[in-house]
Structure formats: structure tokens, C-alpha cells
Write a protein that binds this ligand. Sequence first.
Ligand code: 5GP
Ligand code: ZN
Length: 109
Amino acid sequence: MSDCLFCKIVGKQIPAKIIYEDDDLIAFNDIRPAAPVHFLVIPKQHIDSLLGCTEQDQVLLGKLLARVPHIAREQGLQAGFKTAINTGEAGGQEVYHLHLHVLGTPEES
Ligand code: 5GP
Ligand code: ZN
């Protein structure tokens, strides 16, 4: 997927503010934040969209979702956050590499 924007972020060919990375996932700040904290969590493996997912993807999808609270806490979102996955043309998806939006306002310390 050499022409995929988020694959290029995974490959460090395009800069992004990466806030979390492991063998399967990467999270980085959204370039046009819609909240004080707004980051995207993506699988490193290219998946176009939730529309293309099947049971074969359930371990990776489960891992992605299960890592969100850990990353969110590190970003100050202990009290909670909103999540969204825009899916397909009718769902307003702009970048066709599966990504979960996480949005919130950090707790005052
Ligand atoms: P969606 O596909 O869920 O509708 O939106 C894609 C999201 O990716 C948008 O919130 C947009 O701001 C973000 N985005 C698009 N291009 C880039 C980029 O080059 N870098 C980063 N960090 N975010 C991007
Ligand atoms: Zn991709």
C-alpha cells in the first residue's frame, strides 16, 4: 500500500506526532484536532476500512480497542473520552486505512 498516507506514517516516511507504538499498532495525534486531545489509533497492517473486516481480523481489532484506555490515560484522559470510526463513503471516511479516533479533554492536574 505504497500510496496510503497512514502506511507512510507507519513507515516513518511522513512525520507525525507518534504517542504510542507496539508490534501491531501505532497512535498519533490528528493533524486537525477536533478536541484538546485528538489522536488516531491504527493497525500497522493495512486494512482499508471496517467494511472489509471479517472474523480473521478479530484479534487485531480486539487488541486495538483494548489498548485505547492505556494510551488515553497517558494523554490525560483518565475520566473518559469519545471514540469514533468513520466507515466508508457514507460514513464520512476520508483516509482509507482503518483508524479509531479518540477525543477528549485532559483532567486538570
Ligand atoms: P476520517 O477518515 O476518519 O474521516 O478522517 C481522517 C482523519 O485523519 C482526519 O481527522 C484528519 O484530520 C486526519 N489526517 C489526515 N491526514 C493526516 C496526516 O497527514 N497526518 C495526521 N496526523 N492526521 C491526518
Ligand atoms: Zn495503509
